[in-house]
Design a binder for this molecule. Structure first.
Ligand code: PLP
Length: 367
């Protein structure tokens, strides 16, 4: 079976270095908020090109704490609105509602599956405080247009970069394209820890300091609490794992790009719609997502021929029980995307041989 993502083999490449890093943490006797987290924050900020990176417990917390910090800073309030793509993983939207703000969903484009910048302005009200573009599948959103709208209406831009470590827009990277950005280091992400992890990147010192305090019980100075904070920290072991893996991120992205290029060039089947890409070298190919009318049939065909695929995602957030308040809203493009998408295997370790086998199967497929 060709796995969708072979995490075991992926991390096995770095086994010795990961073990050394782990040993270093064990022997340091310091397991929370020490040298590893500090160093990773510096290295990740440098990688993204931002002034600051703040380690937190996971990607959802990264996004949630950005909004929470803006509330503490007096920039956002309960009941304010944040514009977010309807076509996203639900965590983007959860971060908004967790703060008692209202997510306002905007349709995706049928070609790039990202928030449609042409539909943002009509969703802006007097309560709108931010736009949250999601760089879904590893391709950055149309930031020129989004930043232009944000400037015109004095809105914050909060990137959800959970799928886009290392992706470019122009000469800047995801994480450095708005006012603040949330990253996830969930094991399956392009930069994955061996457990949960996340980070916020920003060039705003006050925001970085507020998030640092909020994630540490609201405290900047031990036993003095400025805010009613939470416990959301990137622990030393995971930071040490991430420091090892950050060194190989660009190499892994390169392999993903080779596979994506091969798929794009060779999958020629009238039943299969390939992703439309602005620039293949800006995209980090967290997922290679095709569309087809009879998605379940194609998934079954591949499964029977030894290829594992996944669906990102089968049910759009506005159709989830958790968000029944959106029940009457209709986002036909998002719904079409969710009903037709299928993610092909892609990873930093996938071989060209396996990729060819998948393509051959797709060429033979009669939908
Ligand atoms: C994974 C993901 C998140 C959440 O990250 P976690 O670390 O799993 O909490 C948020 N947004 C998007 C788009 C994601 O893919």
């Amino acid at each position: 079976m060709i796995p969708f993502l072979d995490l075991k083999n992926l991390n096995a490449q770095y086994r010795d270095e990961l073990i050394n890093a782990c040993t270093r943490v064990i022997d340091s006797g310091w397991y929370i908020q020490g040298n590893e987290c500090n160093s990773f924050e510096n290295e990740f900020a440098q990688y993204c090109g931002t002034e600051y990176a703040v380690g937190v417990a996971n990607g959802l917390d990264a996004l949630t704490l950005i909004i929470r910090a803006y509330k503490e800073m007096g920039i956002m309030n309960d009941g304010d609105e944040i514009i977010v793509p309807a076509n996203t993983y639900i965590a983007s939207i959860l971060a908004i509602s967790a703060n008692n703000l209202k997510p306002v969903l905007v349709e995706a484009g049928i070609n790039d599956y990202l928030i449609d910048p042409e539909k943002i302005e009509e969703a802006i009200t007097l309560k709108t405080k931010a736009i949250m573009p999601v760089h879904l599948y590893g391709q950055t959103s149309n930031m020129e247009k989004i930043n232009e709208i944000a400037k015109k209406y004095d809105l914050k831009v909060i990137e959800d970069s959970a799928q886009a470590h290392g992706a470019y827009y122009g000469d800047k990277k995801a994480g450095n394209l708005g006012d603040a950005s949330g990253f996830s280091f969930y094991p399956g992400k392009n930069l994955g820890a061996l457990g949960d992890g996340g980070a916020v990147t920003t060039n705003d010192k006050q925001l970085a300091e507020t998030i640092m305090a909020l994630g540490n019980y609201g405290s900047q100075k031990k036993y003095e609490n400025l805010y009613k904070g939470v416990n959301s920290r990137l622990d030393e072991i995971q930071a040490a794992m991430l420091r090892v893996k950050l060194n190989f991120l660009d190499k892994e992205i390169e392999n993903r790009r080779k596979i994506a290029a091969y798929y794009l060039q060779n999958i020629k089947n009238e039943n299969i719609v390939l992703p439309v890409v602005r620039n293949i070298d800006n995209h980090v190919w967290h997922l290679f997502v095709i569309r087809t009318k009879n998605r379940n049939q194609l998934q079954k065909y591949l499964e029977e021929n030894g290829v594992q695929t996944l669906i990102h995602y089968p049910i759009p957030p506005h159709k989830q029980n958790a968000y029944n308040e959106f029940g009457n809203n209709s986002y036909p493009i998002t719904e079409k995307i969710h009903s037709e998408v299928l993610s092909l295997p892609i990873s930093g370790v996938q071989s060209l041989e396996d990729t060819q086998k998948i393509v051959d199967l797709l060429l033979e497929y009669r939908g």
